[in-house]
Design a protein around this ligand. Structure first.
Ligand code: FNR
Length: 343
């Protein structure tokens, strides 16, 4: 199977995996209601800073695809929605297009469709610094996402088998590239041990990419078709746990919350926990496949509207005020924190 075919299978399987998850760890977070918020919807501001990147609002269309005509069409629709709504957007892994120049059009379309938007390039940690710079130039990206997907590679029969040297590459990228680097997971989450390694490597922005939404252990198991590694289907840290681990370090890292984010309330909870932005992939893909860019535009506008309403409810005029909203965490995430010595 070619890399292009595999990328299309990821799209199809991500869609087959189901609609928004019915339950989420975020249900175990309660923001404390206040009866006198002293706010007004019209005064709420959604602009945010992600590291040094100024975003008009925190909703990010996260990395998915590119590398073929069909995935280029998906990218065009995602980019149209990003341009209309002011959402930042990441392209999917550009690895194939770095090897085969003919595939670059499916990524360049994103910049052509959204010339003034905030766009992130995307590669794995196995590409050279030179290729990382080429990926950024390909779409005149504002930042580079470096994705970490070790479980996915290991479950794939044709996937990588050695992950040595990634940290060194990340360190070089963080210190030498012309744009900020965002190190991101793809749905397995992160923990303090990883954040510490990244901080030491000079990384300033992470995307926790937690468990709870699109599940690449499940997707790759379906692709294998032999049922092996079923026990890895719930491997990794949920997005909530990844955020609590991050928060406990009070690190210098700016943080994107992504993985299974379902709606504006999950977004507001993630922002209250300190995230600077919130990424959605699977639900954005579903929207464009069901109703094209128009449906995704409608979805993003609705979520932003609801975010303003929820911020009013919780007494926050600005995103940073959300971090002062008292909250309670219960359930499995609470138990995880106790076991890991997190307050
Ligand atoms: C992804 N994701 C992804 N991430 C990445 O860094 N590079 C990539 O090439 C891809 N490819 C990809 C394809 C498809 C079809 C999907 C749905 C997702 C992972 C994505 O950015 C995100 O981390 C996870 O999907 C978790 O978020 P959701 O889907 O639960 O909102």
């Amino acid at each position: 199977m070619t890399r292009e075919q595999r990328k299309w299978q990821h799209v199809e399987l991500a869609l087959r995996a189901g609609a928004r998850p019915a339950t989420s760890d975020f249900d175990d977070v309660r923001l404390v209601h206040r009866s006198l918020p002293e706010t007004a919807v019209e005064d709420v501001r959604l602009d945010t800073m992600l590291g040094g990147l100024a975003l008009s609002h925190p909703l990010l269309i996260n990395a998915m695809t590119g590398g073929s005509t069909r995935t280029g069409e998906v990218n065009r629709e995602l980019a149209q929605a990003a341009a209309e709504t002011g959402a930042a957007m990441a392209v999917g892994s550009q690895h194939a297009a770095l090897v085969n120049g003919q595939l670059q059009a499916s990524f360049r379309i994103v910049r052509e469709t959204n010339p003034h938007g905030v766009i992130f390039a995307n590669v794995g940690a196995d590409v050279s610094l030179y290729d990382m710079e080429r990926a950024v130039e390909m779409i005149q990206a504002d930042a580079l996402q470096i994705h970490l997907n070790v479980p996915q590679e290991l479950i794939m029969p044709e996937g990588d088998r050695s992950f040595r040297g990634y940290l060194h590459t990340i360190e070089q990228a963080a210190t030498r590239l012309s744009v900020p680097v965002i190190v991101k997971e793809v749905g397995f989450g992160m923990a303090r041990e990883t954040y510490r390694q990244l901080v030491d490597a000079g990384v300033r922005i992470v995307d926790v990419g937690g468990r709870g939404g699109t599940n690449f252990a499940w997707i790759e198991r379906e692709r294998r078709g032999d049922g092996r590694y079923a026990y890895l289907s719930d491997h990794g840290q949920s997005t909530l746990v990844s955020l609590l681990e991050w928060q406990s370090l009070q690190p210098s890292l700016a943080c994107v919350a992504s993985g299974g984010i379902r709606h504006a309330l999950d977004m507001v909870k993630a922002l209250a926990l300190g995230a600077a932005a919130v990424g959605v992939s699977g639900i954005a893909l579903r929207a464009v496949r069901e109703g094209g860019a128009a449906q995704l535009i409608e979805m993003i506008r609705r979520e932003l509207d609801e975010m303003r309403v929820l911020m009013t409810l919780f007494g926050a005029d600005h995103l940073r005020d959300l971090q002062r909203v008292p909250l309670v965490v219960r359930g499995e995430a609470r138990a995880w924190c106790v076991d890991r010595g997190i307050d």
